[in-house]
Each structure stands twice: as structure tokens, then as C-alpha cells.
Design a protein around this ligand. Structure first.
Ligand code: PMP
Length: 404
């Protein structure tokens, strides 16, 4: 029986959420695979490397020790919060106390905690666009209004201080962005962040939610954080986690570093939702953050090599316009030159059509930019082997040559 026309009484807050636009693509990709086609998946937002061995071993030891089978403290084990505070001092020259840190079930939960703790219904959250999909949905869940401010490809997808200034109203509660950025790979320099901080300094009621989860995948060297600016540090919440830099997506460990009162609020909220995250995963995260970073550095080197490979090959295709990603593992080309073109059967009207065409014709899956608020672009992940990446871009090139 079809359930399509039945109106289930789902709560209104859920009705406002968007369905993932990529579901139809995922279904199509599965269909093609079931038919025996080799689909190259460049749509995923996760490292293609295993979790480093020292981290895996720490989890095994946590089980063998037999001490980590109970609920952990809501904001995370004290040793892990101290380890994170030490990391912030060592890597970022930032002073935080363990009480300022809340460990959560992934950075995704960290962001939800912060938004639900800070945003009142009707308040505005400025989101730098292109944005990570979840931001806008979580702002809606908190009852807030997402205000999108767009950085164009000509400015490396970065929002300028003037744009930020123009978007601030008396309802603005927070500003949220990622650097390095998912989906564009753009990285704000310390000077650029400083210029944004200068704007924020004048607005004492505005908070910054600074998503730094790709910190360790930065091709330009030293990571810069919004919390480095003393004038606004008491209004900055750093979001970070273990998923990307330590290839730990499935372990579900993220954290915030924030003014103590915000950490307390998140702790209160988390205590009613999930409690502390998985005790074993926390022991693994402690090994990751206190241990040798060789595996992280090697992964970052591989992403840089692949960035160069993918950008070089894409730049040889007529009609594709790229920026140079300075971090993360995505490239976000503008493909709008293909809008209106057709292979005789399919006409490309937007980035969703473009992504679907690549899937059907080239058997390469990417994500359409509409999902990130940038309908002229597509997101290609280069968290895949060099061979797969080369093969994928040859296939893309061949498919695009059929469009007239
Ligand atoms: N922020 C950004 C920008 C991301 O890309 C992701 C993962 N795709 C997250 C946060 C969430 O990471 P996790 O919940 O796995 O820690």
C-alpha cells in the first residue's frame, strides 16, 4: 500500500525541515550498482582512511581495562576535556579550562547544543554561504531565522566584512561558518578573520559559532581561529571534533570550547538528550588528541596531492570554473556554463540536473550545490584514491563533451 498520501501528525518543527536533496541520487546510485556498474562515489563527506592505529588500540584497551562500561560524565571525561584544553593551548595558543569544554556525540550535536542554547525563536543567525547543509536545518529547529550571506567564487567563496556588516540587524544573535570550509575548501586567513572580528566587536550581543572541524586539513599551514581575537573571544564558540582530522566519523566525538556559561548551558541540554557520548570512543579520542599526529599529517598530505590532481584535471575541462581549495577535502566548481545544454535526451537546467546527469552518464556521484545554498556549483569530494579520482574526471570530461 502506498503511504504517500497519508498525513501523519508529525510535529510542526519537523515539517519545517528540508528533506535531503541527495536521497534521489543515492537511490539512483544504488540502482546503478545493482545493475553491475562501477559507480565512483565522490559525494561523501568522510575520510577514506582508517582510524589511526594508536586510536584503535586505545579503544580496545578501554574495553580490556573494563572501566568504561558505565555512563560517562555528561560533558565528557575530565581527562579528555583537559586533553582538549591542552591541545587548544599547544596548537592554537588559546586559554580554555576543562569547564569550558563540552564533548558531544559528534560536532553535529555540538552545533545543535549551541544553537538550542543561544537562539530564541525569531532571532537571526547569519550563515556564510555556501554553507554546510546542517547549519540551516538546525537554525530552523531552534526556531531561528537563517540569514544567508553569500561569498562568490571570485572572492574564493569568502564573505567580506562589508557584506557581514550589511547583514547584521538588531535581531542578529549569531554568525556561523566553517573554516576550512565544507563545501568550498576555502580557508580564512588570520587577517581576514581579524577584519570580520572588527565588525563583530562593535555588536556586543552577537556570538560567533566557528566550525573548525577541518583544522588539521589545512594546506596553507597554521590554522587561524576566530577565538584568537581577544576583543570578541568571550562571544566565540569553537566547534571541533575528531571525525575529519583523525578519520573517526563513526566514533561520534565532537566538542565545543566556549565561555563557561555557554558550556554549562550545553551541558544542561545534553544531559536531557544523549548524556555523555560513548565512553570507549572518548578513550580513543583522548589517544588521538594526546598522541603522535603522524597519521593526521600523512592524511593531510594525501588530500593536498589529490587537491592538486583534481583541480589540475578539472581545469582542463571547458566550462568548469574552479577556485583553489586551501583545506578540507572538497572542491566546489561552478558548472553554470552547462545550464541549457543537452545531450539530445536530457537538458541540464540546474546543478541537480547536472549532478544527476553525471551519475547516469558517467557513473560518478557528486552533490549538487543547491544543497549548500550555491545552485551554480557542485561539490566533489577528493577523499578517494588517486586512481578513482583520475578515472572519475576522465568519465566526467567524456560525459560533458556530449552536451551541446
Ligand atoms: N561541521 C562540518 C563543516 C562538517 O563537514 C561536518 C561533517 N560532515 C560536521 C561539522 C559534523 O561532524 P561530526 O558530527 O562527524 O563530528
Amino acid at each position: 500500500m502506498s503511504t504517500e498520501n497519508i498525513n501523519y501528525p508529525v510535529a510542526e518543527r519537523l515539517q519545517a525541515l528540508s528533506e535531503s536533496a541527495t536521497i534521489a541520487m543515492a537511490v539512483k546510485a544504488r540502482e546503478l550498482q545493482d545493475q553491475g556498474h562501477h559507480v565512483i562515489k565522490l559525494n561523501l563527506g568522510e575520510p577514506d582512511f582508517p582510524t589511526p592505529e594508536n586510536v584503535q588500540k586505545a579503544a580496545i584497551k578501554a574495553i580490556e581495562d573494563g572501566k568504561h562500561f558505565s555512563y560517562s560524565p555528561v560533558p565528557g571525561y575530565p581527562e579528555l576535556r583537559q586533553g582538549i584544553a591542552d591541545k587548544l593551548k599547544k596548537d592554537n595558543s588559546l586559554d580554555y579550562k576543562p569547564e569550558d569544554i563540552v564533548v558531544s556525540t559528534g560536532a553535529k550535536q555540538s552545533i545543535a547544543n549551541v544553537l538550542l542554547s543561544l537562539v530564541n525563536p525569531g532571532e537571526e543567525v547569519i550563515i556564510f554561504t555556501p554553507y554546510w547543509v546542517t547549519y540551516i536545518e538546525q537554525v530552523k529547529l531552534a526556531g531561528g531565522k537563517a540569514v544567508l550571506v553569500e561569498g562568490g567564487i571570485e572572492n574564493d567563496f569568502k564573505v567580506t566584512p562589508e557584506q557581514l556588516k550589511a547583514a547584521i540587524t538588531d535581531k542578529t544573535k549569531a554568525i556561523m561558518f566553517s573554516s576550512p570550509c565544507n563545501p568550498t575548501g576555502s580557508v580564512f586567513t588570520k587577517e581576514e578573520l581579524g577584519a570580520l572580528a572588527e565588525v563583530i566587536k562593535a555588536h556586543k550581543n552577537i556570538f560567533v559559532i566557528s566550525d573548525e572541524i577541518y583544522e588539521y586539513i589545512n594546506f596553507g599551514g597554521q590554522h587561524a581561529s576566530m577565538a584568537e581575537f581577544a576583543d570578541i573571544k568571550d562571544r566565540v564558540v569553537i566547534i571541533n571534533g575528531f571525525s575529519k582530522g583523525f578519520a573517526m566519523t563513526g566514533w561520534r566525538v565532537g566538542y565545543i570550547a566556549a565561555p563557561t556559561w555557554i558550556a554549562k548551558a550545553c551541558n544542561k541540554l545534553q544531559g536531557q538528550f544523549t548524556s555523555g557520548t560513548c565512553s570507549i570512543a572518548q578513550r580513543a579520542a583522548l589517544a588521538a588528541i594526546t598522541g603522535d599526529r603522524a597519521a593526521t599529517d600523512q592524511m593531510a598530505e594525501a588530500y593536498l596531492r589529490r587537491r592538486n590532481l583534481v583541480k589540475g584535471l578539472l581545469d582542463e575541462i571547458d566550462g568548469i570554473k574552479t577556485n583553489e581549495p586551501k583545506g578540507a577535502f572538497y572542491i566546489f566548481p561552478d558548472i553554470s556554463a552547462f545550464f541549457g545544454k543537452s545531450n539530445g535526451e536530457t537538458t541540464i537546467n540546474n546543478s541537480y540536473d547536472f549532478a544527476m546527469y553525471l551519475l547516469q552518464d558517467a557513473h560518478v556521484s557528486v552533490v549538487d550545490g543547491g544543497a549548500f545554498g550555491a545552485p551554480n556549483c557542485i561539490r566533489i569530494s577528493f577523499a578517494a584514491s588517486d586512481e578513482e579520482l583520475k578515472e572519475a574526471i576522465v568519465r566526467i570530461k567524456n560525459s560533458l563533451e556530449k552536451l551541446k
